[in-house]
Design a protein around this ligand. Structure first.
Ligand code: NIG
Ligand code: FE
Length: 416
């Protein structure tokens, strides 16, 4: 099976020498080829260049030709932080917040994550697979080709395993590349309120060995925040996860400056995410670390939080990734095109910086930058073709529109 895309107005994010991540000033660069071709064989990118230098077709067998005149081709987005497996929705809490309650107050009343945990406890694996597949289909048509999905609405041994089994099934059923994260430490469950120690022991001694034995998680994550888990508990849980082969990630500094970034850097987390309350100390700690600072503009927008200092982090020489945080409480959207618009409008990132953040850097945040996140020979053929648009900057500019026309994942054109 071969695909040739020709007459591409602009082939975006091409790499001759692939990089694992892009940081600081370099984030302003986005290599593009104007009037380009792209060749795909089986599930891989096998060639690209300028139409002027194209040698034509010698072997027509099994070849699909796509004309992309006036259209842009980009690597599919990598969404490195979602909670796409959940049951029901939480628009009641959305209205409560409009009427003045805070996200924290809703949690203290037993809502928030605990509300989703209640709903998930009653849902069957089949129902969860079916609803998550609909969401995966939705984000696929919005340009996402790889996605990380967390557990964390289970909060009991059985329900956390149920969520992770659902994610495993999604890996088999969806054309998207999927990574699984164990987020048992998302909140202390209602039945153990006041006995956090007991819950942490359950996470470490009961959940982790079972999850590791069944190979259900690539990553381990903790919500490091007041009323959730402290910096020390975060380090303890993530260190235990590492012993079970799970790479650390942290929900850090979302609602207060609480030590999540420092915990993440200490345990060599692959990413620290949210970052609304990051200060100079955290920026200094991230310099030279392996940890990808990841902003989740959908959650900051939806909860009206202060904005994470993305501009300051990039200007300090750090890389920045962007992800959607798609979940029913703080970001009920996985639309990476909208995340790009937020990056540009609210965070004053240039379209080039935003696209780097949503492709190669978010691929790094899920250990996929060797195979995803750019147009490079040998990489997975996960790309999208836009409708006729004037430039890549038109994507974040036209917020709210879906400008994507054709999706290619694993070298196959996706049909509805
Ligand atoms: O990333 N901050 C913690 N966890 C999620 C929200 C979960 C929820 O409200 O359901 C987040 O924003
Ligand atoms: Fe999250």
């Amino acid at each position: 099976m071969k695909i040739l895309i020709k007459n591409i107005k602009s082939l975006v994010q091409v790499e001759e020498t692939p990089s694992l991540k892009i940081e600081g000033k370099a984030m302003k660069n986005l290599a593009c080829i104007e009037d380009a071709w792209l060749a795909i064989e089986d599930d891989k990118i096998v060639g690209f260049g300028k139409m002027d230098d194209w040698e034509g077709i010698t072997d027509w067998s099994n070849l699909t030709i796509i004309d992309a005149s006036d259209k842009i081709v980009m690597p599919s987005y990598c969404d490195s932080h979602t909670h796409i497996v959940y049951s029901g929705s939480r628009e009641g809490e959305f209205v409560d917040r409009i009427n003045g309650l805070s996200y924290e107050q809703i949690f203290e009343r037993g809502g928030g994550i605990l509300n989703s945990a209640k709903k998930l406890a009653d849902a069957s694996e089949e129902e969860l697979v079916e609803s998550a597949l609909k969401r995966l289909n939705e984000i696929m048509w919005q340009g996402t080709g790889a996605v990380e999905i967390k557990s964390g609405y289970g909060l009991s041994v059985d329900a956390e395993l149920k969520m992770l089994r659902v994610i495993k099934k999604l890996k088999d059923l969806s054309p998207l590349t999927i990574k699984a994260t164990f987020l048992g430490a998302h909140a202390v469950p209602a039945n153990l309120k006041g006995d956090k120690r007991k819950y942490i022991d359950i996470i470490i001694n009961e959940m982790m060995p079972k999850i590791a034995a069944a190979k259900l998680a690539d990553y381990c994550d903790v919500f490091c925040e007041q009323n959730y888990f402290t910096k020390e508990e975060t380090i303890e849980i993530l260190t235990a996860g590492k012993k079970h082969g799970m790479i650390p990630k942290v929900h850090a500094e979302q609602l207060s400056n609480f030590g999540g970034v420092l915990a993440g850097v200490e345990v060599e987390a692959i990413s620290v995410d949210h970052l609304e309350f990051v200060g100079d100390k955290e920026i200094a700690a991230l310099k030279g670390s392996v940890t990808m600072p990841t902003i989740l503009p959908g959650a900051a927008f939806f909860l009206s939080l202060p904005l994470p200092p993305a501009r300051k982090m990039i200007d300090a020489g750090l890389p920045v990734a962007v992800a959607s945080d798609y979940n029913p409480g703080s970001s009920p959207s996985g639309n990476m095109n909208f995340m790009l618009s937020l990056c540009c409008v609210q965070y004053k990132m240039t379209p080039e910086e935003a696209i780097n953040a949503a492709t190669i850097n978010s691929a790094y945040a899920m250990n996929l930058s060797q195979t995803h996140g750019s147009i490079a020979i040998g990489k997975q053929a996960n790309v999208f073709i836009t409708k006729e648009i004037p430039s890549y900057s038109y994507i974040p500019y036209s917020f709210g529109s879906n400008l994507i026309e054709t999706i290619i994942l694993n070298g196959k054109v996706i049909t509805e």
